[in-house]
Design a protein around this ligand. Sequence first.
Ligand SMILES: Nc1nc2c(ncn2[C@@H]2O[C@H](COP(=O)(O)OP(=O)(O)OP(=O)(O)O)[C@@H](O)[C@H]2O)c(=O)[nH]1
Ligand SMILES: [Zn+2]
Length: 357
Amino acid sequence: MLHLLGWDTGFEDQFAKYQEKNLSPARVIRRGNQSYTIFDGKRSLQAKITGKFRHHSNVSKDYPAVGDWIVYETKAHSEIATIHAVLPRKSYFSRKLPISGGRKFKKGVLEGGSTEEQVIAANIDVVLIVSGLDGNFDVRRIERFLTLTYNSGAAPVIVLNKMDLCNKIDEYVEQVRQIAINVPTLVISVEKNKNMDSLLPYLTSGKTIALLGSSGVGKSTLTNYLMGEERQVKQPTSKASGKGKHTTTSAELILHQSGYMIIDTPGLREVQLWGDEEVLKETFQDVTVLFKRCRYSNCRHQTEPGCAIKQAIEDGVLSQSRYESYLKQYDELFRLNRKKKKLDIQLNKKLKQRKNN
Ligand SMILES: Nc1nc2c(ncn2[C@@H]2O[C@H](COP(=O)(O)OP(=O)(O)OP(=O)(O)O)[C@@H](O)[C@H]2O)c(=O)[nH]1
Ligand SMILES: [Zn+2]
């Protein structure tokens, strides 16, 4: 049963030393506020980490994330479990979490504040990098998601969606091929149900899939197409509320009846944001370094005297198109950040509601 959840000989070896202690392996399918929902292939349990675990975990990266294989203990007939360990990850996506204040935008770059790495999803085999073939097609963005995916340890597949809206498909596919020579590239339309079978080779039993891509490319549409109603998991009865029957909640690791899994968490959906932060800082250094040379610290680089940007463009040191490309990404980042704030507010509301239940 476990192998259907992605259990393999690698995890088996890692687990050997716990087996003697009467502990069992399970996979994290949801991360709650104070607890985790874990699934062992037969049933789901609510699990908390032990005090000892907390004591030995120095950084948030050590804590369980959705997709992790954990080692747990439970009493007979109990639906509550304690997590003793997290097995080493095959792959993971993480984000840098601000742990102290002072992080803010300064002249278009994020500066200051300390950050800590938090794992947002683990043990993903295949990442579908979804991109639209409509007006938003951007090969640089695909390149960024490729880098993120390679860094995670998962294998990328590029999914070009909305083929129904495109009459330059060959041209776009060629652009993708040039930045991703050996990466499988699929051309589909979820909405028009075109070429959907091309996904099948990657949706195999025991494999864990995740979707990455910018806003509006069709990630939700594709996830719903693949998973439909399969999100719901039975939740054990809450002792506090004493409700007599199982309640349901939505899993963040969703098991398809044919045997593959999709990880879909708000955190993973926002991976694009951190990618963009990094891009602004790293790839536009030639632009951002100029901001510091403008005469006025609040220079808007339009008609202000002593503007280093204007000067650089006049001198041919900075090209107009390069600067515009920076502005475009800067706008996008702010748009996404506003969206992220909204998401955070919604998430906090949900957490509060859950606490009150
Ligand atoms: N024409 C066309 N539209 C599509 C296709 N797939 C999805 N869409 C539409 O694209 C829009 C955005 O799709 P979503 O699935 O919400 O995109 P998303 O990537 O989840 O976006 P976020 O939730 O913002 O991250 C919706 O209006 C979909 O109906 C397609 O194959 N063709
Ligand atoms: Zn300026």
